[in-house]
Design a protein around this ligand. Structure first.
Ligand code: NAI
Ligand code: MG
Length: 486
């Protein structure tokens, strides 16, 4: 299959069937590495969302989906995992064209996507409740029951992985789901939905409405018949989602990005740390919520670390998916402009550029490429030290001692991830435990890896947990039943 065949768009997916948007409108889909439109998606709105939510509700209340046992749901998820693995190459082609990412990364993303369905397929019938000692003559137990109809709004950076991350645990727990993928990249979620139908998911279990955030997204998040919302994206839209959830008195999971620190002590193993830090920063052209975008370095080794990272960045080249280099373009013209705005203000404020990568010769002129950069030392209150750039941009800062390192690591609004690099085990653990972040690595870093590992934000990075068994808890609610038997 060629990239062209793999990216033929399909429409809105409700009750395992495709249809155009009720309004008949479509939206252009742009290939970031080409800078031009290559297909159209349906521009769904309130009417399409209403139809999808009604289908999900019916699947639960009267359809086959609501009657399946947990084991049966798990089997369907496992079957979908196999289908994703079987179709990994054409899914990767689709993802690469839609997002611009290098093929090797798109291939890795499909392995992770399959793994979400494998993991949550196995977990579906293992999320059980407990019995609780209570008064004489009573028996009390808890069970995990689905929220009901769950609404999922995902971003464009990892469409396939995000689909797996949020949908797999929701289906494992028996929710019926309606997803609104991002208008900038949503082709793999559509293809995954088709594979789910092939795997045997009954109609209405999984529905997808494509469209604009302010239309389809707003309609979904404010729908009165949604029981829970899951959102990953910008803090600004996160506020809108939580406000919509509050109006309907429902819960939500928010994952709103980060400015995750690497803390490097003078005794760190730099041979191992430096390539990990550089590679995870430019993964997905830096458009990763969990990117480690601040490097906090003990003063004594600042110059050494800066030189090593500068050298490393100079070797990085951005290219098209087929060139398969270290990074691809960013998602669209607005994101490129946003990153260039950071560059302009850094220049105005005289923050030194320590190292810069390249853009491969021969990439299309209209494509959205940005050469990766490493800046430093930056003042602690500069936007490069506190704001999420969402591009291949690394900021270096210095610290004086352990207490200062902790203070600086915690000195942003965010709290998604962190890493501590030190060969002094006691100190590494001590510092790791004082960092306010949902995930903290010691002498390692995985931007987004680990389906088994609970993941999510502290502070303004959001709330709720995805991945691991924690996701099954968030995607369900606890019912306590009390029986008087004497
Ligand atoms: P966004 O937050 O607007 O988009 C995320 C999702 O929310 C998309 O599906 C979008 O259609 C939807 N959405 C937008 N407006 C909505 C509304 N009013 N109601 C309901 N849903 C809505 O993010 P955007 O504009 O694509 O990127 C802007 C910035 O956000 C990026 O530069 C980056 O800094 C950050 N971002 C963070 C992500 C993360 O993984 N934490 C992912 C994407 C963006
Ligand atoms: Mg937006």
């Amino acid at each position: 299959m060629t990239a062209k065949d793999a990216t033929a768009a399909k429409g809105i997916f409700v009750n395992n069937r495709w249809s155009p948007a009720a309004s008949g409108r479509t939206l252009p889909v742009i290939a970031p590495a080409e800078g031009s439109t290559f297909t159209q998606i349906a521009a769904g709105d309130t009417e399409d969302v209403n139809r999808a939510v009604a289908a999900a509700r019916a699947a639960l209340e009267t359809g086959a989906w609501g009657r399946l046992t947990a084991t049966e749901r798990g089997r369907l998820l496992t079957r979908l995992a196999q289908k994703v693995a079987d179709h990994a190459e054409d899914l990767a082609l689709t993802e690469a064209r839609d997002t611009g990412k290098p093929m090797k990364q798109a291939r890795n993303d499909m392995i992770a996507t399959a793994r979400y369905f494998e993991y949550f397929g196995g977990a579906a019938d293992k999320a059980h409740g407990e019995s609780i000692p209570f008064l004489n003559g009573y028996f009390a137990f808890t069970e995990r029951v689905p929220h009901g109809v769950t609404g999922h709004i995902i971003p464009w950076n990892y469409p396939a992985q995000m689909f797996g991350r949020t949908i797999a645990p929701a289906l494992a727990m028996g929710n019926a789901v309606v997803m609104k993928p991002a208008e900038d990249a949503c082709l793999t979620p559509l293809r995954l939905a088709a594979l789910a139908a092939e795997a045997g998911f009954p109609e209405g279990a999984l529905n997808i409405v494509t469209g604009l955030g302010e239309e389809a997204g707003a309609a979904l998040s404010s729908h009165r018949d949604i029981d829970f919302l899951s959102f990953t994206g910008s803090p600004e839209v996160g506020t809108l989602i939580q406000t919509a959830a509050a109006r309907n008195h429902i819960g939500c999971t928010l994952e709103l990005g980060g400015k995750s620190p690497h803390v490097i002590f003078a005794d760190a193993d730099l041979d191992f740390a430096i390539p990990v830090i550089a590679n995870t920063m430019v993964q997905n052209a830096g458009q990763t919520c969990s990117a480690g975008s601040r490097v906090i370095i003990e003063r004594a080794i600042f110059d050494k670390v800066a030189a090593l990272l500068a050298e490393r960045f100079a070797l990085l080249t951005a290219g098209t998916p087929e060139m398969d280099l270290e990074l691809g373009p960013v998602i669209n013209a607005a994101q490129k402009r946003r990153i260039e705005g950071f560059f302009e203000r850094a220049e105005r404020d005289r923050i030194p550029v320590l190292g810069e990568g390249k853009i491969a010769p021969g990439v299309p002129k209209n494509a959205f490429f940005v050469a990766p950069r490493v800046y430093g030392p930056a003042p602690r209150d500069h936007e490069l030290s506190c704001k999420e750039v969402f591009g291949p941009v690394l900021t270096l800062l210095t610290f004086e001692d352990e207490a200062d390192a902790v203070r600086l690591a915690n000195a942003t609004d965010y709290g998604l991830m962190a890493a501590v690099w030190s060969t002094n085990g006691g100190r590494a653990l001590r510092v790791a435990r004082r960092i306010k972040a949902g995930q903290v690595y010691v002498n390692a870093f995985g931007a987004g890896g680990g389906i088994e590992l609970p993941f999510g934000g502290m502070k303004k990075s959001g709330h709720g947990r995805e991945k691991g068994f924690a996701a099954l808890h968030d995607m369900s609610q606890l019912r306590t039943t009390i029986i008087k038997h004497d």
